[in-house]
Design a protein around this ligand. Sequence first.
Ligand code: DGJ
Length: 728
Amino acid sequence: MISYHHETKIFKLDTQTTTYMMGIADNKYLGHIYYGKKLEYQDLSYMLRTQEHPFVPSKLSREKLSFLDSFPMEYPFSGTGDFRESCIDIRDKNGQSGLELLYAGHRIYDGKDKLQGLPAVWGEGCQTLEIALEDVCVGVRVLLSYSVFEDSDALMRSVKVENIGTDAVYLERALSACLEMDDEDFEIISLSGAWARERHIKRQPLLSGSFVTESVRGESSHQDHPFLAAVSQNCTQTCGDVYAMHFVYSGNFLAKAQRTQFGSLRMALGIHPDRFCWKLRAGETFQAPEAVLVYSDAGLGKMSRTLHDLYRNHLIRSSYKDKERPVLINNWEATYFDFHTEKLIEIAKQSAALGIEMLVMDDGWFGHRENDDSSLGDWIVNEEKLPGGLKYLVDEVNKLGMKFGIWFEPEMISPDSKLYEKHPDWAFHLKGRMPSRARDQLVLDLSRPEVVDYIYDSISNILHSANIEYVKWDMNRALADIGSDALAPDRQGELSHRYMLAVYELQERLITEFPDLLLENCSSGGARFDPGMLYYSPQIWCSDDTDAIERLMIQEGTQLLYPMSAIGAHVSDCPNHTVGRVTPFETRGITALAGTFGYELDITKISEQERNMVPGQIAAYKKYAPLIREGNYYRIASYRENHKYDCYEIVSKDRSQAAVFFVQVMHEPSVKSRKIKLQGLSEHAVYEVDGRQYTGAALMYAGLLRERMYGDFQAEVIEVHQVSDRTE
Ligand code: DGJ
């Protein structure tokens, strides 16, 4: 899968259908040669264009600066002549910044080393190339890692920076990946939005200058997403080129695409350099997180399926990853903070009778939390609300045959809490300045080991106190006033990343001590829906917007990158609490099938008619769960684009069955039946749909006809079964 060709000094990495090539120019500069469709080995070093002016420095030293500013650097450095986006900046003992990273060796090995303290892709059938670049002047070594798996088309990259000098240096930028290629008038795809409007797909031309998508909020965020793709203008779901980068990290990030004066496009991705500064003493190393790269020659659909398979097979670790998740009911939208044991038991009783399998008690069970202005940090059960304590409640719920789950927001502290009274300095704060509250809460300084231990012990004690089988780990504000009394002045720039490392450490400890726990991450809805979090939890709450129509766009953007088994989706109350829209209960159920199914409403208050529909919805979830968890995803139509209807399809890996999920958002009068062209089936196999038989080719190329449904917000699931053996 990975080879080095001595004569030409070319590195070649092959995945199932792609090739990635780099070369060493002038015996020292590592340049990018090719990324695209799989190629046989050939000397493509001409792509480095070193035979053209300004040539390489050994040939034309008087134009070295022009060389550095135009060469397709594999890992660009700055301060010495490359004025494009750089991946690394180091301030040395003289207070100066400027690097020239030159090739110093490489090794190819089977497997893939762990990334110390960070989430990363793992598994068998893998090879890794590690290339060392050095700057002897500053005394740093940079190790670039590239891993490929036998069963995946993705390429994983990460970077480790080592101080090989004798003095401390300050790492002010350490991005994880760069990709430079000839610009072919690519368009840029990113995901962006806001609270309750996360991960909407955006596509735009990049005419000149740069496109940036980023977060400096200390979380991957509602607003932007650590993903960037350059696509050919003809790119659709099924055709065209896609060059995608996705970051396995949950904190600040920068993703940038830059059109250069020489007609190239440079894409870079990594930890955001704003306010980032990591001190590296002699001998110390810094590990930058992992970036996943995908090239697709068959449009966005192939990119999505590559990422879905990679994340299902090589990122998510939980034992739940291949298991059916319990159908849950969460009391948040049912009661908000206003609940007590009896109310929860009543919800559980009625839920159990309808086939719901787990009760999740959300925010408000601890300290004196009657609303969102107190008690975070005081993880002690409020026995006024829960007389008899947690054990009594959980036992009662268990007696009904249901599992029990609980909510935490471990990273936060309320100024109105016992914890804050005792340890005001445990909240992030800048010296002499009152930190800004958000939702009346402050952020714990997780760079302090004693804080991490306190939080961990609090969660662990609660989990040991009763039979709790699920945790919803929430995080409800962005990081600001990031300062710590416990860290030296020249290390304050490390705090955002140290915070993320501590969150990862806490979750690692949690799933190690409680391996059977089902952990669901959440951040004010979907502000930390990212690959980093998937390493710890097999599912993430997608958005606080549970409206079935708003969810279509949120889920489409999420499905672009993530397997549906990771997407927390629930049926909620109407009028919807966020947007006030009224949608049929059936449509809410079908929209929520796009993930881990559950309910977010007061089951004791919904109508008899709706209550009667619950068992059928649960049966549908159970029927489609294996397909949704394991199958291939195809986007057929986008409500975001057509403003009328939404449609996607899941096909089993052996292509013997499929389910098509269709939501008609708008009923248009006087139009004929709608054509839906399926994807991913076997051309020659015969399938049955609604009692009629079709070849796969007919379903894919001619399509199915669907009658218009009467009214807005109507939905249906179309089942497709193979009835005769495949002949291809
Ligand atoms: C934000 C989450 O997204 C909600 O589901 C809920 O858990 C609230 N926080 C509780 O404060």
